[in-house]
Write a protein that binds this ligand. Structure first.
Ligand code: G3P
Length: 214
């Protein structure tokens, strides 16, 4: 299973990468706004740090605008994946990107049928937002299970990229379901390695070590 980090903060990417937890990076307009920096500057800096796929989201909502942005991003670095919203115009852009060899991450997916359309259009990744579904009393992980099954049934190559991850349980379930990727904020990546018994055990080992004659 691949771990991407969901951030536009270079410092966070470096921290996660030092633990070997950055197979790729996802960004979105909200995360870029939070960074307070110009997107192109951040994007290039991230691409210089990370060899894996780096998602850059388009902000146009029509086919021509999306394709213009997609071609511009794709020309910047060969690990850039163009993030495209799951709307009808977006699917047209995904299809053209697929024909042109531009990798895409189809975002804002909230249903299994949306995911099916994205795969048929040739998406490289589908991003179902599990946390936002949980927020509206709908089981986000159930959606992942359905998409994994549908993609399996028809041998789609589109990778399931679990997004809007809010807790270690999302990552655990994603891994159990065989999702290809989970994109997590740094806070979740750090939570994943925590266990109270590890902390207690370490404290005990260290206090016992004090008793060892030196
Ligand atoms: O990059 C998309 C995604 O992971 C959004 O997460 O927490 O804003 O729902 P969140």
């Amino acid at each position: 299973m691949k771990f991407f980090i969901d951030t536009a903060e270079v410092k966070e990417i470096k921290e996660a990468a030092s633990m070997g937890l950055v197979d790729g990076v996802t960004t979105n307009p909200s995360l870029v706004a939070k960074s307070g920096r110009k997107f192109k500057d951040v994007l290039l800096e991230i691409c210089d740090l990370v060899k894996g796929p780096v998602s850059a989201e388009v902000v146009s909502t029509n086919y021509d605008g999306m394709m213009k942005e997609a071609r511009e991003y794709a020309a910047l670095r060969n690990n850039i994946v163009v993030k495209i919203p799951l709307i009808a115009e977006g699917l047209k852009a995904v299809r053209t990107c697929h024909e042109e060899g531009i990798k895409t991450n189809v975002t804002l997916c909230f249903s299994a049928t949306q995911a099916l359309l994205a795969a048929k259009a040739g998406a490289s990744y589908i991003s179902p937002f599990v946390g936002r579904l949980d927020d509206v009393s709908t089981n986000g992980m159930q959606l992942i299970s359905e998409i994994v099954q549908i993609y399996d049934n028809y041998n789609f190559e589109t990778e399931v990229l679990v997004a809007s991850v809010r807790s270690p349980m999302h990552v655990h379930e994603a891994a159990m379901l065989g999702a290809h990727v989970a994109t997590c904020p740094l806070s979740v990546l750090l939570q994943l390695c925590k266990h109270p018994l590890t902390d207690l055990g370490l404290a005990k080992f260290l206090s016992d070590w004090e008793k060892v004659p030196k």
